[in-house]
Design a protein around this ligand. Structure first.
Ligand code: HEM
Length: 543
């Protein structure tokens, strides 16, 4: 049969003929692509797409800067369109259109490389498999809620106090003898602090990354374990900055300028997964030992990982009644690794970046700084060494408003997506199924339609619900609907504690007041560097 077909190919076929045929196929493809584009359903304004790729901007540094430009150019009517990684996506820039989008459960289309990265059915944030997401979500939410419960949270704030004490001593150790000021990149320190803290919360053990970083800066000898801690931080950083490559269409993943980036991200993730799996295995062994020694799990305050491992086992400290049988089995190691990945990558990095944005905006707004310091002074009776407790945090209303205002101006999650597996009417158009909607949070929360003088940093506006409620979806710091951030309460505890501890002990100034925020967005926005001057308060009052 094959021979039968081969005789159809002319014998004297020349390389130029093959080249012409190749060009013809490309021409047909481009013609078909643009024919489909110009005859598409509900055409909206937006940049003209490039076949296969959509737009090169997605592979460049700061995707959010591009969205911000597009918002001004095309977003005036609340909706425009884009082609990203070969797929048409509808961008929503007005709060009025997002209520019915947020109720959808699926976040991505899963036609990129999520399966190659083993993220399509693991964890929560990128999990495309509804049943597996639901299973993980229930167990993760239950475990994380226990951490912020009234019984566990005192332990949580105690740990943050201890870690901060250690970190601030390292900072003092970096101070030159005859100087009052410590100059440092706060992003690097905050990333390690939150990583150590997250590690303690999740595993009961620290990663010792703040200690390793101090030694690195001091050029001291580093043990194998310390080098490992630094690699752990690097793994998180690489995924945060390059994760847009998980959405590249399979068809173009081997193109020269994409192949290497995909490969290095894959290597990075596989290395990181192995480390997380090792953490799970070690914890299982520890638990098995405790089971054999009749340890009473029910009476103990458990770390997140122990809760995840014990859920739906005979040792489950909070057994749930009447649970759908498909949700009542224990988690496998690979599933636990998936949610740990979310805690370390999504949870930790959003918190770090929000913290850095707070320092930046507070430094640029002296009146805000004054009010924040007054609140901290009054809650802690001017005692810089008093332990920060959960009760204290409840009283820090202005601090909470400062955090919210920083996120309003600079959301860490500025692009929030939903994939529709059924047809729906959005923004006045009837859409077929299999569409992706991107809610551009930064555009919405910086739009004068919803916030008076949106470019101004005014924490007080979060005291006045009518300001926010010009539209109730104009500021969604933690999202909304079934995919709402499960770590929101924990994030607020972490942030308020860290802000208080830093400002109580140090005056914070930016090294360069003229420099803009040094950020980049992959699918969420991260601070690349924040150079600050720390002046120990005791030295300030003595001088
Ligand atoms: C200031 C810090 C944080 C911000 C601004 C933030 C914001 C968000 C936002 C906007 C979403 C998307 C919600 C939606 O689609 O409706 C999200 C999802 C998520 N967040 Fe957070 N988050 C923060 C901290 C945390 C922490 C501390 C954790 C856990 C340790 C966490 C874990 C997650 C997870 C697992 C998801 C995915 C949920 C799902 O898809 O079901 N986040 N976060």
């Amino acid at each position: 049969m094959k021979m039968g077909l081969l005789h159809l190919i002319p014998n004297e076929l020349k390389p130029t003929d093959i080249f012409v045929a190749f060009l013809f196929i490309i021409f047909l493809y481009i013609f078909h692509f643009y024919y489909k584009h110009f005859t598409r359903i509900n055409p909206l304004p937006g940049p003209l797409p490039i076949p296969l790729i959509g737009s090169f901007e997605i592979f460049k540094g700061d995707i959010d800067a591009w969205f911000y430009r597009l918002d001004k150019e095309y977003g005036r009517n609340g909706v425009y369109e884009l082609t990203i990684a070969g797929k048409r996506q509808i961008v929503i820039t007005h709060a009025e259109h997002i209520e019915s989008i947020l109720k959808h459960v699926t976040r991505t289309a899963n036609d990129g490389l999520l399966d190659l990265f083993d993220l399509d059915n693991k964890g929560l944030a990128l999990n495309h498999d509804y049943n597996r997401w639901k299973f993980n979500r229930r167990i993760f939410s239950q475990a994380i809620t226990a951490l912020t419960s009234s019984t566990y949270s005192p332990k949580l704030s105690k740990i943050e106090n201890i870690l901060f004490e250690e970190m601030s001593n390292y900072w003092i150790g970096l101070k030159q003898k005859d100087e009052n000021v410590i100059i440092m990149d706060m992003t690097a320190w905050a990333r390690r602090f939150i990583c150590d803290f997250t590690s303690f919360l999740t595993t009961g053990k620290r990663t010792n990354t703040i200690n390793s970083y101090y030694r690195k800066l001091k050029n001291e000898v580093m043990t194998k374990e310390m080098i490992g801690s630094e690699e752990f931080i690097e793994n998180i950083k690489v995924f945060v900055s390059d994760n847009q490559f998980t959405f590249v269409p399979k068809l173009i993943k081997d193109l020269p300028f994409i192949k290497n980036r995909v490969k290095s991200l894959l290597d990075n993730n596989h290395f990181f997964y192995k480390r997380l799996e090792e953490i799970v295995r070690r914890k299982r062994k520890e638990i098995e030992k405790n089971i054999n020694s009749d340890y009473d799990f029910k009476s103990k305050q458990l770390d997140l990982l122990t809760s995840l491992i014990l859920t739906n086992t005979p040792y489950d400290p909070q057994p749930q009644k009447n649970v759908d049988p498909s949700l009542s089995r224990p988690m496998t190691d690979a599933e636990i690794r998936g949610v740990l990945f979310d805690a370390f990558v999504i949870g930790a990095d959003t918190t770090v970046n929000t913290f850095c944005f707070v320092l930046y905006y507070v430094s640029h707004n002296p009146n805000v700084k004054k009010k924040l310091l007054e609140e901290i002074k009054s809650v802690f009776n001017d005692d810089p060494n008093k332990q920060v407790t959960i009760d204290d945090l409840e009283k820090l209303k202005y601090c909470e408003a400062v955090i919210k205002e920083s996120v309003r101006i600079r959301p860490t999650v500025s692009l929030n997506t939903r994939y529709f597996d059924q047809s729906e009417e959005i923004a006045g158009y009837k859409w077929p199924k299999d569409m992706i909607f991107i809610m551009y949070s930064r555009g919405i929360s910086n739009n004068p339609l919803y916030f008076k003088d949106p470019e101004k940093f005014i924490p007080e506006r979060h005291y006045e619900p009518q300001e926010i409620e010009k539209h109730h979806n104009s500021f969604l710091m933690f999202g909304k609907g079934p995919r709402l951030c499960p770590g929101r309460k924990l994030a607020m505890v972490e942030l308020k504690t860290l802000i208080t501890l830093v400002y109580r002990k140090f005056d914070v100034e930016l090294v360069d007041m003229q420099a803009p925020l040094n950020v980049e967005t992959s699918t969420f926005t991260f601070c690349k560097e924040l150079n600050i001057k720390l002046i120990p308060r005791e030295l300030k009052t003595n001088s």
